[in-house]
Design a protein around this ligand. Structure first.
Ligand SMILES: [Zn+2]
Length: 297
């Protein structure tokens, strides 16, 4: 090849000048040359020098998402000891027959009333710290209205812009046994702020702390007239209310993973220690009905 080049220079001296210029240009364009080589088909599968340098100076990409802040745990609180006993025998056949009949008629019997959207929310699938939470209803909280059914419904239908005023339950049961659904179980009722159950709560808004609302269903019994005060007790709830309560609880227990010992009270879950409801609640009346319906076995 060198002989061939000398032959050409001899034939055309101008070629020498071009050759010399080409050498200078070649040195100056070394970067371009390296770039061009890296793009050639032979070198395409190999990382470029730049890519190699980047791999040295940059940390390897992590497949894990960035660490999140841990969710705060609720304060220590006693575990719930359910007054409902297990019952697999001695079921009352007549009571069972009556309640099963009422249970099949329950869907037509329930009334549905809309309430103001400021008083409830959606169930969250992640808490305020980005951690996945299970929004499935797993706990039922029993309440009482203290004042009449109409008063409770007016409260729920009133817009409440301030977080601390927002309140709702899923279902209300009148003294006469009427069942009023104000929220679907898929929605999150604001039934118990600052609350926990067996060491669990969900923080959906760090400004107001944690609560069980994200995994709870709330049901409230209309208080008898002699209970419209702050006294420790009253004359109690009607047998029609216990019937209706057992029916709604049975419906929920058959639809959601709610064992009998996850039926609790507002009094128990309230971390503020201010709630006392439902006062004068007769657990034996609920025991016999849930037992007859086969929900305690
Ligand atoms: Zn309550």
């Amino acid at each position: 090849m060198l002989n061939d080049l000398i032959q050409r220079v001899r034939a055309n001296p101008l070629a020498l000048g071009l050759l010399g210029g080409g050498v200078v240009l070649g040195l100056g364009g070394l970067g371009w040359l390296a770039h061009d080589l890296s793009a050639s088909s032979e070198a395409a599968s190999r990382p470029s020098l730049l890519q190699l340098l980047e791999q040295v100076t940059q940390p390897a990409p992590s497949r894990e998402p960035p660490p999140r802040r841990p969710s705060p745990l609720p304060p220590p609180w006693p575990a719930w000891v359910s007054p409902l006993a297990r019952q697999c025998v001695d079921l009352d056949p007549r009571l069972r027959l009556r309640l099963e009949g009422e249970l099949s008629a329950l869907p037509e019997r329930r009334r549905r009333l809309a309430i103001d959207p400021s008083n409830y929310g959606v169930r969250f699938e992640r808490d305020a710290f980005g951690h996945a939470v299970d929004p499935t209803p797993q706990v039922v909280v029993l309440h009482e209205t203290v004042y009449g059914l109409g008063s409770a419904l007016r409260t729920f239908q009133t817009p409440h812009p301030r977080d601390e005023d927002q309140v709702s339950y899923h279902t209300l049961i009148g003294l006469d046994g009427q069942v009023i659904d104000v929220l679907d179980p898929s929605q999150r009722a604001f039934g118990a702020g600052n609350s926990s159950f067996n060491g669990r709560w969900v923080v959906t808004n760090p400004r107001v702390g944690g609560s069980i609302n994200n995994f709870a269903l709330h049901i409230s019994l209309e208080t008898p007239v002699d209970g419209e005060d702050n006294d420790r007790g009253h004359s109690g709830y009607s047998s029609k209310q216990y019937d209706a309560l057992a029916l709604v609880l049975t419906d929920w227990m058959r639809r959601f993973p709610i064992p009998a010992d996850h039926i609790t009270t507002h009094r128990h879950v309230d971390l503020g220690g201010e709630r006392a409801d439902p006062r004068s609640f007769n657990w034996a009346a609920l025991q016999s009905r849930l037992g007859a319906l086969g929900q305690l076995c």
